[in-house]
Design a protein around this ligand. Structure first.
Ligand SMILES: NC(=O)C1=CN([C@@H]2O[C@H](COP(=O)(O)OP(=O)(O)OC[C@H]3O[C@@H](n4cnc5c(N)ncnc54)[C@H](OP(=O)(O)O)[C@@H]3O)[C@@H](O)[C@H]2O)C=CC1
Ligand SMILES: CC(=O)N[C@@H](CCC(=O)OP(=O)(O)O)C(=O)O
Length: 340
């Protein structure tokens, strides 16, 4: 798929009323090369027919379209007319949608985890559903934009990384050759929008605190291990704030690794517009909130390396990274339409 300057690409968003989908809708509506051709929720959704701006008043006069129920007829219409389909639904729904829509004529961008792991059996183990379309797992390109740039220019199906893996992998991947053979520890805290808009007991205001969850069992552990090619101990934490992730990563470097070596490793991001790195920096969520940046800070003391990475979970951790990937796929500068 190539575009000329006079042409805009028809893009639809399924799951547009969710936290990730609504951010994505805002970015696509303002994107100079994309035309927002439809926004969808489930067929029986309570929000079907409502303008998106009724749910999110900050989108008044920004997105005027109504949310459409996704029935058979709408699915057939998307199949015939859309050039880019963004999916921001639950993982199992996304897997079914990719299976229904995948035809080689459109770019599918899946923000869920349904195409990030290697084998159908991983989905039974870590996601608790039977994957309907195993062949898609081989075809999907992992959308960590700074690292899979060449692959993304050819992709038909993009698996946008999870929010915790985005922060963790951007911090870890440059370091792989410097680390000693010791487990890497990742402790990451997320704002509550990471859990989605559907109400749940543990996301009620009165229940929120700061608490670990998913100990030794979170589905992002295999995702981080797959794309860093190293064993990690990953522990997510839910915080009592709305958005953002701070990952604190503890690693041991090999005996002869110097400050210059670490500096050199992170210079891989020198020309990357969405990643900002600083020696002895301690990144804060407020500095990346509502932006598509990942801020990284590193500290070396002898062989002990501590790296911090901060992102907005809904942007670099989901919606803006999805747009960054589409920009690469369309041959555009990767920052077009990104909130930087
Ligand atoms: N929140 C985050 O920080 C991140 C989320 N993600 C992933 O993105 C996806 C969306 O997450 P999030 O926005 O938080 O979730 P939400 O629960 O906030 O939104 C889910 C959306 O999907 C819609 N939906 C549900 N079922 C269907 C269906 N059968 N057909 C069409 N639309 C449907 C919902 O609308 P309705 O129910 O009314 O139909 C809603 O619009 C998930 O896979 C999540 O794991 C990835 C990275 C970060
Ligand atoms: C706070 C919170 O609940 N976070 C979510 C992660 C959200 C995310 O990145 O995404 P994927 O589901 O797309 O992998 C969780 O731990 O399940």
């Amino acid at each position: 798929m190539k575009i000329s300057s006079a042409e805009s690409i028809n893009a639809v968003i399924i799951g547009a009323s969710g936290y990730a989908g609504s951010e994505l809708t805002r970015l696509v509506a303002a994107h100079p090369a994309l035309a927002l051709a439809g926004i969808y929720v489930s067929e029986s959704s309570n929000d079907a027919g409502k303008p998106l701006a009724q749910l999110y008043p900050r989108l008044r006069d920004v997105v005027n379209q109504p949310l459409q129920p996704l029935g058979e007829q709408q699915l057939a219409h998307i199949k015939q007319t859309a050039q880019v389909v963004f999916i921001a639904t639950e993982h199992d729904v996304a897997a079914q949608l990719v299976s229904a829509l995948h035809d080689g004529n459109k770019l599918i961008v899946d923000l869920s985890g349904a195409h990030r792991l290697a084998a159908a059996s991983d989905y039974e183990r870590y996601y608790g559903f039977e994957h309907p379309f195993e062949a898609a797992l081989n075809q999907a390109v992992y959308g960590l934009a700074e690292w899979y740039t060449d692959e993304l220019t050819q992709a038909q199906l993009i698996a946008v990384p999870g929010c915790y893996p985005t922060a963790s992998l951007l911090a870890l991947k440059p370091l792989v050759s410097l680390l000693a053979n010791q487990p890497v520890i990742i402790n990451a805290v997320s704002g509550v929008t990471g859990a989605g808009r559907k109400p749940k007991q543990n996301t009620l205001g009165a229940e929120l605190s700061l608490q670990a969850y998913g100990v030794f069992s979170h589905r992002h552990q295999p995702e981080i291990e797959r794309y860093s090619a190293m064993p990690v101990v990953f522990t997510p934490h839910l915080g009592n704030f709305k958005r953002g992730i701070l990952a604190s990563i503890y690693a041991t470097v090999a005996d002869d690794v110097s400050h210059q070596d670490v500096e050199q490793a992170f210079s891989v991001y020198q020309k990357q517009p969405c990643v900002r790195v600083g020696h002895q920096h301690t990144p804060a969520i407020q500095d990346v909130e509502h932006t598509g940046y990942c801020d990284i800070g590193w500290h070396l003391n002898g062989c002990q390396l501590i790296v911090f990475a901060a992102i907005d979970n809904l942007l670099k951790g989901a919606a803006s990274q999805a747009v960054q990937c589409v920009n690469l796929r369309l041959g555009l500068p990767q920052t077009v339409g990104l909130p930087l």
